[in-house]
Ligand binder design. Sequence first.
Ligand code: BGC
Length: 441
Amino acid sequence: MPRATFTFPAGFLWGTATAAHQVEGNNLNNDWWAWEQQEGRILNGDRSGRASDWWAGRWREDFDRAHETYQNAHRLSVEWSRIQPEPDRWDENALDRYRQMLLGLKERNMMAMVTLHHFTNPLWLVEMGGWENEAVVDLFAAYSRRVVQALGSHCNFWITINEPNVLMTGGYVGGDFPPGKKDLKTGLKVLSNLLKGHAAAYQAIHEVQSEAQVGVAHHWRGFLPANKNPFTFHKKNLYDKVFNESFPQALVTGKFDAALLKENVPQAKNTQDFMGLNYYTRELIRFELGKRTEKLSERPFPKDAELSESGTLANDPEGFKACIKWARQFGKPIYITENGVDDSKDDFRRKYLLQHLHAMWHMINHNIPIKGYFHWTLVDNFEWERGWTQKFGLWGLDPATQLRTRRKSADLYSEVCRTNSITSETVEKYCPEVYNRIYPV
Ligand code: BGC
């Protein structure tokens, strides 16, 4: 049986990623909380409630979990509606609580990466039209400036916006995120405002902190043509252009080109110090006459695809390689800011995790400068419109009792983080099913 150790570069960052609304609990003052109160918005009528109870202090025990399993970094987000509960008021207590969290990471020798915007908006902003109203650009920059002034002595690693493309499609194409519209034209305007907001925040952050490293967590999704129909190719190219390309290309060129909306945004040119990548899956794109949108229940994947528990993600490490190869063109250091899978039983996750880490190792050995990996996620959390139905955690969570249960994947990931490598012993011990895939004969 072939044996080998795949070693990662010295100083590689290993962590998990979380987002405020999904873990803190009681985020009463944002659009998602309001959305959860509306009937039919969230699967099972679930609500974020106490979430993983971080605001009440459970971040401490969860950071311990991360630290004890040899993670040396953590990506978390701060909640705009807590820090700026009203347009003319900063909440120093909220900032202080985040300061404690960042200190908590420091004490555990974990590097912090902070996201300023992860899907949620303060209610006062929503009343003004949210990201549809260009006034948001300056407001977001002012908020970012305030956060960096307050927390900059504990962090210099910032993500302005998480997945602008998902925020846009969720809120304006699928309609399963607030504001629940199906209006692509407005959605593209929102995407362009997110770009302007990012650019303004990028400048503001660098004004406050010259050594800051600033990026975006970009969701890259692989789109594969399902057939040879030229309309299918056309549709695939359109998805690539709008979803995968428009935002990150504008960060280089200052030209926003989302097919149906083109704009010069010169202030966005050269506004990323690193590339953050969120990768989960690839999927098939198919054009069918008379059928406008795919339903979640008919998610298109190749026939032989291994699908996650909910059937919404495929175990497709080749797609991860394609994503990383694509990102190489930007010539920046790359951080995998999210990657993971829903699996309450935790057998699928172990396969997915090992194969994706192995794919990432391959890409590093093609001289692609990947500097860190943040698994989604540490402890099960509130998964947006899917409520509590999807379990992405290395630890399981019962939100009612707040009881955490360690999954085998936590041990597997711990071995990788501890040794900074994938060893044949680790694969054999935690996931012998994929041994032949990782060590083919
Ligand atoms: C989002 C996370 C989310 C994860 C898994 C990503 O698109 O950034 O907030 O929980 O996917 O669904």
